[in-house]
Design a protein around this ligand. Structure first.
Ligand SMILES: [Zn+2]
Length: 904
């Protein structure tokens, strides 16, 4: 006998905190929804429960206006009538960093626990695709399921059903598996998350409603348990749902209707699911569709937002946190509250409608302020940590150069030893207001003959710039502010092999400077170091030769400009348009830097591009002509577009830095940098969340969109066994592998569009991104498969700013060169180092980039007592015993995310 069918009706609302309205307007509406919800839960015991959209921040948002409701909310959470968490916000998974995805879960679960309980549901209702490592992250957090609205072959509303085609999964239930082998029960909202919206109470209407809905539900359900979501985007509560359920019960006596919640539904589903659920592997990016509904071009909407996000994330997770750990190991407090505040402020920019750049202009203006706020807190934490550690480093070794030696420390907070050009400003004399300022003396203060040395006395070539006299101040903790005037200089030099998660100390000292006449410039418009040769061609493109395998890449960094008549979500080139490129322009080329440790050229393209799309575009937008059906072309009228490209080669780095600047005065277009690889391969690799995702160059058969753009984090790599080209970037999240027979990597630098898109017409003039822009990327040729760990390490280091701090001549318990944590492996990437608030232990995270198991060896000079295997929510697992001098050894599965806890 067949089991009785059960329809689980879950009340919810999907709350985009900001989107087609600015934050505060949605916020006001939220308070009305919450008022009504509390009133309903209080007055109607039959209204069983409400799912608060998987994000705890909604409670904070409500309390901002109604702080007195805290107790009431808490009671409903404890009684399981309000289901909250596990996330802090509903992030875009691809456009936020690996660590940001984890912090979102950590802070969300922490807050939910404080409220009284967390709904252990891997909730991704509206994500624009899902990351491949989500099942592993959720499993480590004790969550055995994931519910999502997009990514696998769509099987219902909002995503047209086509009977003729094969679905990726015949059911809305499946097993979703990460590349390491972890899997969770995956549930696709086959009929979208509004499929149980506005259930009628009236019998006649209800009959019609249910006949239709039951048929849709049965189409995809693998078990008798079926899911109806009573709610939609910003949907007010259906307060008479209990009555509507009673009507349904009367009409369909053979079906059980439950006002349910996700925990119960998932439990029932897990208990009754068939054995043969299909296994779906890795990333869910709607690749088995026609490609017009993936929303992937949100990766290039408002690039400036992505750049700010990259910098903020790097400052918090790759600089402020590790530096705070260094200070913590020297006895300072770890500033959990401040760090949490900075993260939460940053994460308020991470919801899918925010970081994706697909909201109205006011939203993105407010985001800029949030980025600044988060950055300012991070900078304060960084400064304080640097101050505290630098004071404890012994610099006495430099006294032998005289008491006018000016020591400073270069910090490397990446997970690998690091070499690169750095700059520091040094105050060579300070006159405090309290003791009297002599500006004339400051100005004339003799620099003398000086040189730059490290702790071993090794001399470094450097460039010094006299910055003159400067006003500045100290803010002592126990005294009033101390203003001063200083004579300031800037030193630029190449720091070599600064230890991973550590530092190296240098000093500018009085001594004869050894002159080095060498240069990296070897010919006209040509520079070279021991790794690569870079030639600048007449059209401004680069010819780069990898000296290790003598492989030459031609025509790198040609710019391409096309029209874009799409919207913030999707790119659409006008029909029959041919792309413009800088291939046939003559560029101006100038040397702008020539020192023994670094050379740089500036390349200027004076280009003209169409001013905008023709006027008909605005008409088509206003008349809601869907972007795929628009007929607009670009105007004949052009505007000047001057691109300045600075290409820099450092003496001891293989990567070539490129910084491109322009003042954009054109609308409705997309600018990309092109890198033909001429490498024959069917796949490529893109940095994603704890994963180097292997993706096919060719889209699926049903893909109809001529554009095949994809998401990236730090880099994209095209390679075979013997040669490869990695293009790393700072906050440029979109690339395409062009199907031109050359496997050209195209990186989107700018996308200018005038409307939001989606369900109506919302003008977004600021999404045209007019004005000054500057973008950065790095070209790294390599020797193919065996060389990728090095190439990817270089790309990850490129993301992280150096930290430098001037200090005085003093004794200290720390050596002049030091690493706080040393580790080794074949294929692991370092991800983060922080302190757990619960345990006070130092948590360090890596992930395995390769499809083979590995061993992590950690040798620490820090005063750790014991180490253990932890997880993404900082739980305590198996103890790890240090093996004498060998350090702690940890076996790591392929693609595993591994967190180790160290007890202080
Ligand atoms: Zn949404």
């Amino acid at each position: 006998m067949e089991d009785k069918k059960v329809i689980h009706i879950i009340s919810h609302t999907h709350w985009d905190r900001e989107w087609y309205l600015p934050y505060e307007k949605h916020h006001v509406l939220l308070t009305k929804l919450m008022d009504r919800l509390l009133e309903t839960l209080e007055s109607n015991p039959d209204f069983k429960s409400f799912h608060l959209d998987g994000q705890t921040i909604i409670l904070d948002d409500y309390l901002q206006i109604y702080p007195d409701t805290r107790e009431k909310l808490q009671t409903f959470v404890k009684e399981e009538r309000l289901h909250i968490g596990p996330w802090y916000i509903l992030q875009d998974e691809f456009l936020t960093s690996s660590e940001a995805n984890i912090r979102n879960l950590q802070y969300g679960m922490k807050d939910a626990a404080r409220w009284g309980g967390v709904a252990k549901i891997g909730y991704f209702p509206d994500s624009f695709g899902n990351i491949g490592q989500a099942p592993q992250i959720l499993s480590q957090a004790g969550i055995n399921n994931a519910v999502f609205g997009r990514g696998v072959k769509p099987t219902g509303f909002n995503n047209a059903v086509s009977e003729a085609e094969n679905f990726e999964s015949p059911y809305s239930e499946m097993l979703w598996r990460s590349p390491d082998g972890s899997s969770v029960l995956g549930i696709l909202f086959a009929n979208w998350y509004c499929n149980g919206n506005e259930v009628p109470t009236n019998e006649i209407q209800a009959q019609k409603y249910w006949d239709h809905h039951i048929a849709s539900l049965e189409k995809y359900a693998a078990t008798p348990h079926m899911l109806m979501l009573n709610g939609c985007d910003h949907q007010p509560i259906q307060t008479d749902l209990p009555e509507a359920i009673r009507t349904a019960e009367k009409l369909y006596p053979n079906i059980e209707f439950v006002h349910s919640n996700f925990n119960d539904y998932v439990d029932k589903l897990a208990a009754t699911r068939p054995e043969n659920l299909k296994v779906i592997d890795g990333e869910l990016r709607s690749q088995q569709t026609d490609g017009w509904g993936t929303l992937v071009n949100t990766a290039s909407a408002r690039v400036y937002i992505k750049q700010m996000n990259q910098l903020n994330q790097a400052l918090l997770e790759k600089v402020a946190e590790p530096l705070s750990v260094f200070a913590y190991l020297q006895g300072e407090d770890y500033q959990h509250h401040l760090i949490e505040y900075a993260w939460k402020t940053l994460m308020q920019n991470h919801p899918h409608d925010s970081i994706c750049g697909c909201s109205v202009d006011e939203v993105h203006r407010e985001m800029v302020t949030r980025f600044e706020k988060s950055k300012h807190v991070a900078e304060m934490i960084i400064d304080e940590s640097l101050e505290s550690i630098s004071e404890k480093i012994s610099t006495a070794i430099f006294e032998k150069w005289g008491d006018d030696a000016l020591p400073f420390t270069v910090y490397n907070t990446t997970g690998w030893n690091r070499t690169g050009v750095v700059s520091i400003t040094l105050d060579i004399r300070r006159d405090y207001f309290a003791t009297g300022v002599n500006k004339q003396e400051l100005k004339e203060f003799p620099l003398g003959e000086r040189t730059l040395v490290d702790d071993t006395g090794t001399e470094y070539q450097y460039k010094a710039e006299d910055l003159g006299i400067f006003f500045d101040y100290d803010l002592p903790e126990e005294k009033f502010r101390q203003p001063y005037m200083a004579r300031r200089i800037r030193l630029t030099f190449e720091a070599k092999k600064v230890p991973a998660l550590g530092y190296k100390t240098y000093a500018w000292v009085s001594a004869a400077k050894h002159k080095d006449p060498s240069s990296l410039i070897v010919n006209e418009n040509e520079m070279e170091n021991k790794f690569v040769n870079v030639k600048i061609n007449e059209n401004g493109s680069l010819t780069v030769t990898d000296k290790a395998n003598r492989r030459t890449f031609e025509e790198l960094c040609v710019y391409e400009d096309t029209g874009d008549i799409g919207n913030e979500y999707m790119y659409k080139q006008p029909n029959n348009e041919k792309a413009l490129t800088t291939k046939d322009l003559i560029a101006k080329v100038n040397i702008i830097e020539d020192t023994p440790f670094q050379a740089a050229y500036e390349i200027v393209h004076e280009w003209e591009i169409p001013k905008s799309a023709a006027d008909i575009l605005e008409k088509e937008q206003k008349e809601l002509v869907w972007f795929t059906g628009r007929t607009s072309e670009r105007t004949e009228e052009t505007v000047p577009f001057v691109i300045k490209t600075v290409v820099t080669l450092e003496k001891n780095s293989k990567g070539i830095n490129v910084k491109t600047s322009y003042n954009n005065q054109a609308k409705d277009h997309r600018l990309r940098a092109l890198f033909p690889t001429d490498i024959q391969t069917d796949v490529h690799y893109a940095d994603s969340i704890f994963e180097i995702a292997k993706r096919a160059n060719e889209p699926s058969q049903e893909w109809a969109n001529p554009d095949h753009s994809q998401h990236q984090q730090a880099f994209v790599d095209v390679r075979n066994d013997i040669e490869g080209l990695t293009i790393a970037n700072l906050g440029l999240n979109e690339y395409e592998i062009i199907r031109d027979g050359r496997n050209t990597i195209a990186v989107t630098l700018l996308r200018s569009v005038g409307e939001l898109g989606d369900w109506g017409y919302f003008a977004t003039p600021e999404a045209q991104c007019l004005g000054e822009h500057s973008v950065s990327f790095r070209i790294y040729p390599h020797e193919g498969k065996a060389d990728t760990t090095k190439a990817y390490q270089d790309a990850y280091q490129y993301q992280v700013p150096w930290s430098l701090k001037q200090t005085g001549l003093h004794d200290g318990e720390l050596l002049p060169v030091h690493s706080f944590l040393q580790w080794e492996s074949s294929n692991l990437a370092f991800s983060s180092m922080k302190v757990s608030e619960q345990s006070g232990d130092v948590m360090v995270r890596w992930f395995n980039m390769a499809d083979e198991s590995d061993t992590l060896i950690v040798k620490s000079s820090a005063p750790f007592h014991d180490a253990y295997i932890s997880n993404v929510i900082e739980g305590k697992g198996k103890s790890l015993h240090a093996d004498g001098n060998e350090g702690v050894q940890v076996p790591v599965r392929k693609y595993e995310i591994v967190t180790v806890g160290f007890e202080k």
